[in-house]
Write a protein that binds this ligand. Structure first.
Ligand code: SAH
Ligand code: AVI
Length: 702
């Protein structure tokens, strides 16, 4: 690669000038005394940073590239970053501010001469000059010191215009699916620690769309977060005790002190000035964790993070070289800092120049540091699933249902227990059977009317009950998207496994929407559905037909009560028709529905340790013409006893005895509309497929 071209020479010169102007503008409000003083043991005197910028530039450009003698003889002794610790720099015979200003200007003159001059000609083949790397190094260095100087000013208490992070609208988290991505950067001016770019594979994780705010931190404070030992790591607690930290740096009672002023705390502003230990304690309190730097970069590169560049974000990662790391152009930039002492920060703050804050940029600091403009963003494992019915509740509910159901006459098990992972898979198979027309017919209606539904509902949030894999629902989601309305998707189901996979796919397919899964029971958790947005609640597939007939009014009423005026309810119902076709749909030739029915017994075997022998049971679907429903049972082929150890039960079944497992009611338009009205809905639209097999009813809440 040749050295920088004439064009880019002009661009580099302009950038150097801009960085310099920004640096002087920053120092402009301060007196020479203020520049020369050491304000904190953690930060150099500002005048040290100033001359250090010049020294670094002279060392790399004037001397290393230009082959010139040092412009300041004692430069190396006074201004090399490794020579003296920060806390002692105030004692050194530093240049005074005027002399420092003069020094950096003279260095800059030499830099520009090297940049424009013949000395570059000799640089052919020098990796330092490839794509003008060395100029990028010097530029970024100066930009980074501007931020360091702002940190110094912010903890000095000096009055200064300073700056602050801006509130970032939005909330919620994003699912990042498992899979490979490219970590790092091969950009011309990327630092050695960002190289080489290489493929990484991460399991699925969730990450918040926005950084943690002051408002969230206030809740942590109110909840006693700083006093709760269990939230802190050992190292973090030791730091907290030694430091006496009770709140982020600079916080008073409802105020935050910055740049010499006490300002009211803005709850919407991204939080800053916490150590990594505080960040970790907060994350634990929130039931979350810090993201690793790999997770952060993957999500950032996928465009899922908002507010990047407002505050640095602590990560869970220690600072280390990537595989194949090579120190360049000097080990002191990154390599000497590798190890467990430092934590990586990502993203950049309001004080970081965009040329530095690239998505692959890695900042690092001690986990105790608070003067940096650093906050955090929360991450969690896996899919964004809220468990209203966690494994323990599920077990409890199953036990209660089975105990009660097997004690009643006739014996019965509620149909929702068909749906473990295998049950949901079998249902998916059912939907593709030639005899099972329901799914295809409903899809046909949605294909014709999804646009009408999107328009009539005016919804920005789609809530799906008994969602399963949400396949047909995509027609509605696409229509909401096409209308520019789609903001949020909430899917509820009892089967956590199917739900989690579905949430992951929906998140990937509808990145503009916030996707949330709720594991729950429609008969118990309607009141706990998220209420944000203007909702279109969908209950498809005629699943309402699986509820006990006498429970339907209660379900519809509870749903109505959980909704707001202006929201809509879309209900799919299978219509009464020729019994021959109905029975065939539940007694398919391939025997898939029989396997689905029998799977209920497998669920009891797997989850309660029961010993149902599936071969001794038979799938029996019947059309009940009086009640207009499919009545599905499992018939015991012989007399038998079934043990259910989890319940301490041994249950006798007579030969031919039937266990009631499911009903699937069929509907007529007048009947279901009357039920909807009775529950307080206002039916607005009614569509059927061309054959008139299936009905879709759109109601509003008034
Ligand atoms: N809506 C999809 C799936 C229908 S299958 C479609 O139209 O094709 C019925 C779904 O409802 C299954 O995923 C099942 O797990 C879920 N389900 C059944 N009873 C439920 C209950 N009481 N609470 C929540 N989900 C339930
Ligand atoms: C989910 N539900 C509407 C199905 C139905 O048609 O009642 C469940 C089913 N059971 C046997 N086949 C399909």
């Amino acid at each position: 690669m040749p050295p920088v071209s004439t064009d880019s020479r002009a661009a580099v010169a302009a950038e150097l000038a801009e960085a310099r102007a920004a640096m002087f503008a920053l120092l402009e409000p301060l007196s020479d005394d203020e520049l020369a003083r050491q304000w904190s043991a953690l930060q150099s005197p500002l005048v040290w940073d100033l001359a250090h910028i010049g020294h670094f530039e002279d060392a790399w450009i004037g001397q290393r590239v230009g082959g010139l003698q040092p412009l300041l003889e004692e430069g190396e002794e006074l201004y090399d970053a490794f020579r003296h610790a920060r806390h002692g720099r105030g004692e050194l015979p530093l240049l005074d501010p005027d002399a420092a200003r003069d020094y950096v200007s003279r260095v800059r003159d030499r830099t520009l001469a090297v940049l424009g001059g013949e000395s570059l000609g000799g640089g052919d083949g020098d990796p330092l000059l490839e794509n003008g790397f060395v100029f990028g190094l010097v530029l970024q260095h100066e930009r980074q010191h501007v931020e360091t100087m702002l940190q110094t000013i912010s903890i000095s208490g000096l009055r200064h215009p300073g700056g602050r992070p801006r509130p970032v609208p939005g909330a919620g988290d994003r699912l990042v699916e498992a899979g490979p991505f490219l970590l790092g950067s091969d950009d011309a001016w990327a630092y050695d620690n960002e190289r080489p770019v290489h493929e990484r594979e991460l399991p699925a994780f969730r990450i918040d769309a926005t950084p943690v705010t002051n408002g969230a931190w206030l809740e942590f404070l109110a909840d006693g977060g700083y006093g709760r030992r269990e939230l802190w790591s050992d190292e973090g607690w030791a730091w907290r005790e030694a430091d006496g930290a009770e709140a982020p740096l600079g916080w008073g009672d409802g105020t935050v002190r910055r740049f010499g002023r006490d300002e009211p705390l803005d709850p919407d502003e991204p939080l800053q000035h916490v150590s990594c230990h505080e960040a970790e304690a907060f994350a634990r309190w929130a039931g979350a964790r810090l993201p690793t730097e790999e997770e952060w970069e993957k999500a950032a590169k996928a465009g899922l993070l908002r507010g990047v560049g407002e505050v640095w974000e602590w990560t869970a990662s220690p600072f280390a070289g990537y595989p194949g790391f090579r120190a360049f152009p000097y080990p002191e930039y990154s390599e000497v800092f590798f190890g467990d002492d430092y934590r990586v920060l990502r993203g950049g703050s309001w004080a970081t120049h965009p040329s530095v804050a690239r998505l692959s940029f890695r900042n690092w600091d001690f986990p105790v540091r608070r003067q940096i403009f650093a906050g955090l963003r929360l991450a969690r494992d896996g899919a964004p699933i809220e468990a209203r019915l966690g494994p323990r509740d599920r077990r409890g509910a199953l036990e209660a249902d089975v105990r009660e159901g097997l004690a009643s006459t006739p014996k019965r098990i509620p149909p929702k227990w068909h749906y473990d992972e295998e049950g949901s898979r079998l249902f998916g198979e059912i939907t593709r059977l030639p005899e099972y027309y329901l799914t295809r017919r409903e899809r046909e209606i949605l294909e014709a009317h999804a646009g009408d539904i999107a328009a009539a509902s005016g919804a920005d949030t789609l809530v799906e009950l008994g969602a399963g894999t949400s396949e047909k629902t995509r027609l509605l989601l696409d229509a909401l998207r096409a209308a520019g309305q789609l903001r949020r998707i909430v899917v509820l189901d009892v089967d956590e496994v199917t739900l989690a996979a579905s949430v992951a796919r929906l998140s990937a397919e509808y990145p503009e929407a916030e996707v949330q899964g709720v594991v729950g029971d429609l008969e118990r958790h309607l009141g706990e559905l998220p209420r944000e947005g203007r909702r279109l609640v969908c209950f498809l597939g005629s699943s309402i037909g699986n509820f006990d007939v006498e429970h339907r009014p209660r379900f519809l009423r509870a749903l109505r009560d959980s909704m707001e005026p202006g929201e809509s309810f879309l209900l799919g119902v299978d219509l009464v028709k020729d019994p021959g076709r109905l029975v065939a749909a539940y007694d398919d030739a391939a025997g898939v529905t029989a396997r689905f029915s029998l799977n209920l017994l497998s669920v009891l075997n797997d989850e309660l340790g029961a010993d149902f022998d599936l071969a001794r049971w038979e799938h029996v679907p019947r059309w009940d013409a009086d009640r207009e429903l499919m009545d599905i049972r499992l018939r015991s082929r012989e007399a038998q006893r079934v043990r259910i150890p989890a319940l301490g039960l041994e249950v006798p079944f007579a030969a031919g005895e039937e266990l009631h497992t499911e009903i699937s009611a069929k509907f007529r338009r007048e009947g279901i509309e009357a039920e909807l009205r009775e529950a307080g809905f206002e039916p607005r639209e009614w569509w059927t497929d061309e054959a008139g097999d299936f009905g879709l009813s759109l109601s509003s809440v008034v």
